[in-house]
Write a protein that binds this ligand. Structure first.
Ligand code: PLP
Ligand code: ZN
Length: 412
């Protein structure tokens, strides 16, 4: 099958040396190597004339923005519902945090229950476009389970490299979708390198979003949606947890594109939140220096990234938005998990909730002002990591099956 390239992509631009390359099956800049992350460029004038009139007729999923995505018009889209995740106002949570208005965008509602489905859905289409029948990735969990689910939806084979400490529910999710799972006896970084070498050796398509220029384009759809969902009443802050940096970098790009297309007239400030035990991007954001890899110690496994690949994009987008970064402890994450569930009724995994914990701290430290508004993107569902959730949730009350015992137990 002859597959045409994406209609509106004009090239791939290196974020280090500014060289521009034609759209092709490439990863990083040949001149700059690993550090030369490529950014997909588009013809926004052509996009404006096609996308804007079409939006009113389109289904509410992330393919409604197909003109600003690097996907071929010839390919059938995966059948799963990706994106257009709900935004809820959470006034009781706002009150607790000391904020005027607060919203939760629940990306745990994606088909495999995390934000990563936005990227994987692009990844499987690129694999098909470039003629691959197998796709692989290394992941702490969500990128992998997402890839396994999306590969199943389009009939691709998948190989997943996971570090030893990945939570059990996430591994089970991989296996049920039919992925071949390789548990690497080592860290995430070692799993990442082994996956890359295997892709080169066996001719598999590499989904690793840190360096694959197309995947981050899927992540930006959350930014496109926030712009359209809020329109004129855009909040002051968009709060996102940060591991590799692709999510916040993508959301920033999406918001800027919506400004460029005239759908919003300003870009909200980005608040990037890392875990205290895994904050190399925060350190680099504050020092202005190049990233120094670190060890990681946090229960928020999805953002436990010691060697982030896309840190420049993250830092650049946060600075461009006049935003800020902050780090939170595991204890603050567990508190926020409980509070977000009880006062906002959204149950997120630790990395999914880290943003709320960071927002709380940013308000307490004066970065975010009480008269401002914010939307926190809840990037993954709480059932992804029941072990951590149990630490936040507490224990049930055991009771004999009779009313007096119940009264005694409830102290009424
Ligand atoms: C991957 C992930 C993140 C962070 O995204 P990066 O692109 O690595 O910064 C945050 N939360 C969850 C639940 C994730 O799976
Ligand atoms: Zn370059």
């Amino acid at each position: 099958m002859k597959v045409h390239p994406p209609a509106h992509v004009t090239g791939l631009k290196c974020s280090l040396c500014d060289a521009t390359y034609a759209h092709a099956h490439v990863f990083t800049c040949p001149r700059c190597g690993e550090q030369g992350i490529l950014d997909v460029q588009y013809d926004y004038d052509a996009i404006r004339t096609q996308l804007l009139p079409a939006l009113g007729r389109r289904a509410f999923d992330h393919w409604r923005y197909r003109e600003v995505l690097p996907i071929s018009p010839d390919l059938q889209l995966p059948p799963l519902h990706i994106g257009w995740t709900p935004v809820y106002e959470a006034p009781r949570l706002a009150k607790l945090l000391g904020l005027q208005r607060m919203f939760l965008k629940d990306d745990g509602r994606n088909p495999t229950n995390s934000f990563k489905d936005r990227a994987s859905s692009i990844g499987v289409l690129k694999a098909i476009e470039f003629g691959f029948d197998t796709i692989a990735c290394a992941s702490t969990g969500n990128a992998a389970s997402s890839l396994a689910g999306l590969a199943a939806s389009v009939g691709l084979k998948s190989f997943i490299f996971v570090p030893e400490r990945a939570p059990e529910p996430k591994i089970t999710q991989l296996l049920i979708f039919g992925a071949t799972v390789l548990k690497v006896k080592g860290t995430y970084e070692q799993a990442f390198d082994l996956c890359k070498r295997a892709c080169d050796e066996f001719g598999w398509y590499n989904r690793n979003s840190g360096t694959n220029p197309f995947l981050v384009e899927g992540k930006k759809t959350a930014g496109l949606e926030i712009a359209e969902q809020f329109g004129k009443s855009l909040p002051d802050w968009v709060v996102v947890s940060v591991g590799d940096g692709c999510t916040i970098g993508g959301i920033g790009k999406g918001l800027h594109e919506m400004k460029q297309l005239g759908i919003i007239d300003r870009v909200p400030r980005l608040l990037g939140v890392q875990a205290e035990g895994a904050k190399p991007i925060l350190t680099s954001f504050l020092s202005g220096k190049d990233l120094v890899p670190t060890d990681t110690h946090t229960l928020a496994d999805s953002i436990a990234v010691g060697t982030p690949r896309n840190w420049r994009r993250a830092v650049r987008q946060i600075k461009l938005s006049h935003g800020a970064m902050i780090a939170v402890s595991d204890e603050e994450i567990l508190d926020a998990m409980r509070e977000t569930a009880r006062l906002g009724a959204v149950f997120g995994e630790p990395a999914g909730i880290a943003g709320v914990a960071g927002l709380k701290k940013a308000i307490a430290t004066g970065i975010v002002k009480p008269n401002e508004s914010a939307v926190a993107v809840i990037t993954g569902n709480g059932l992804k990591d029941v072990h951590s959730a149990k630490q936040a949730a507490g224990q049930p009350i055991s009771v004999e099956p009779d009313l007096p015992a119940l009264k005694k137990a409830l102290k009424v």
